[in-house]
Design a protein around this ligand. Sequence first.
Ligand SMILES: NC(=O)c1ccc[n+]([C@@H]2O[C@H](COP(=O)([O-])OP(=O)(O)OC[C@H]3O[C@@H](n4cnc5c(N)ncnc54)[C@H](OP(=O)(O)O)[C@@H]3O)[C@@H](O)[C@H]2O)c1
Length: 191
Amino acid sequence: MVNMIYSISYKENIVGNKDTNDLVFNIREDLQFFKEMTIGTTMIMGRKTFESLPTGGLPKRKHVIVSNKIKTIEDAKEILGEKYIENLTFINLDNLEEYIKDETKTNKISIIGGAMLYSHFLEDKNLFDLLSNVYATEVERIPEIKNPVRLVEHSNLTRKCSSEIVKIGQGKDRLDNNNLVDYKVVKYFKG
Ligand SMILES: NC(=O)c1ccc[n+]([C@@H]2O[C@H](COP(=O)([O-])OP(=O)(O)OC[C@H]3O[C@@H](n4cnc5c(N)ncnc54)[C@H](OP(=O)(O)O)[C@@H]3O)[C@@H](O)[C@H]2O)c1
């Protein structure tokens, strides 16, 4: 199984902050949902998303970085600096599809960002076909972010997939003055 998971301010397709490398919002209950979804899985992410994780990475999950720059452990140590962790796997875009096909035989996979990697999956037919579900935590509120990172392909999911709401909630956004926001987790799937 290959799940993609992200949080999004869906009216403007904002998923992050270019200047800070932060998420678009930070709601404790949503991070808890992310944890439940990803624990025990192989997490595949772009290099910048890995760099935005807490130093040491996330426990009980395998970390796989997609990078065209990192080819050896020495490259990883130099480029990632203090963020470098043991047991990192790094792959490049060209062998992503093959890696997933092999890894999914034994492990559940989570695609956890960022925008570059998400849009690649949503645009590339072969990669899109490998996805089982997309879990999007959707918030209507548009945060004030000077240089937002967008995922415009999100808008096409309603046309390409069926969907169901799996969770509805309300939580404080720690990145936006603890504003109380409504969120819903929407599962997009084929068929
Ligand atoms: N809303 C969410 O749920 C969520 C989740 C994760 C991240 N984010 C946010 O997204 C932002 C970071 O996203 P991002 O798009 O800048 O970075 P990213 O996808 O995390 O990483 C980009 C890097 O990964 C490699 N890469 C991944 N996909 C690639 C592609 N299609 N083509 C070429 N290289 C590719 C390249 O590494 P090399 O340069 O090493 O070759 C590239 O520079 C941050 O603000 C972060 O907080 C949001």
